[in-house]
Write a protein that binds this ligand. Structure first.
Ligand SMILES: [Zn+2]
Ligand SMILES: [Zn+2]
Length: 281
């Protein structure tokens, strides 16, 4: 960037800081007005990505959208958890291990991980993103999801990222696929980290949803599994043969949706299917 570009950018940032100090921000989940905590601000130029081993990572990413109170109530999914489905164990002691459900009924998903517990303010935040069109949240949520991905999978372990598809009618009504928005910038992020040699590819043109399903909300485990059967199909099997695929969605409730995606992809020839979501019930 040339000198005048830098100056303009610096100037814009200073103006932004002054405006923020004068005018409070409205919290996207509780609706209260708040002033952003300047201690949480990070210059994106200096730190293009993320805050490894930083307990304030969530608060930093969310500072422009959530008040301190809402931010502090976020509960990250943490070890000890199930090595396969990612379920967090009630006991906070001990090592990760296979949960009873996964030991008794092996799932199609090789490994599933999530960012936080689907409750309270984090749930409201996801609803604001998904149902109230607050798509500006896709950027920070997508970055945090990418960070989680980097911490849980080795680079090169995944060939393709596929957002869980919406039915065309739902896509038309909503105007966007929230899962796609979460991963849309991943190729850019991986490039900014110098992973350009084997850039991650995002594919939203291979896995489709062809059956209209009623929303999974309010259904029990068996109803969810029945509701989601024969919902997905693979358009071009050549795109999945021998591939290690990461399926991304907003919420993992019983895992019915993700496991059905995995089953269909494996049937079409995928080598392995993994799953990543923002939240987990
Ligand atoms: Zn709030
Ligand atoms: Zn499990």
């Amino acid at each position: 960037m040339n000198e005048s570009g830098c100056f303009k950018k610096g100037f814009r940032r200073s103006i932004g800081a002054v405006l923020k100090a004068v005018f409070p921000t409205r919290c996207l989940t509780c609706g209260s007005l708040y002033h952003e905590n300047p201690a949480l601000e990070v210059n994106p130029q200096e730190k293009p990505l993320l805050y490894p081993d930083d307990d304030l990572g969530f608060a930093r990413e969310m500072a422009p959208f959530l008040c301190g109170d809402c931010s502090s109530r976020f509960v990250p999914i943490d070890s000890p958890l199930c090595t396969r489905c990612g379920m967090m164990f009630d006991s906070r002691q001990g090592e990760d291990h296979l949960c009873r459900g996964c030991a008794q009924h092996p799932k199609s998903l090789a490994r599933a991980r999530s960012l936080g517990v689907y409750e309270g303010r984090f749930m409201n935040l996801i609803h604001a993103f998904k149902y109230s069109g607050k798509i500006q949240l896709a950027r920070p949520l997508g970055r945090m999801l990418f960070q989680l991905f980097l911490s849980q999978w080795d680079w090169g372990e995944i060939d393709t990222v596929m957002p869980v598809p919406l039915h065309p009618r739902r896509l038309r009504d909503r105007g966007f696929n929230q899962s796609f928005l979460l991963v849309q910038r991943w190729p850019e992020l991986s490039e900014s980290l110098g992973f350009a040699q084997k850039n991650i590819s995002v594919d939203c043109k291979t896995l489709f949803r062809h059956k209209w399903t009623r929303p999974q909300t309010g259904l029990n485990r068996n109803e969810r599994m029945a509701n989601i059967q024969k919902v997905f199909y693979v358009g071009d099997p050549l795109k999945v043969v021998d591939k290690r695929i990461l399926v991304v969605d907003d919420v993992y409730t019983t895992g019915a949706t993700m496991n059905e995606c995995a089953r269909v992809l494996i049937q079409a020839g995928a080598d392995e299917v993994h799953g990543l979501t923002l939240a987990r019930a």
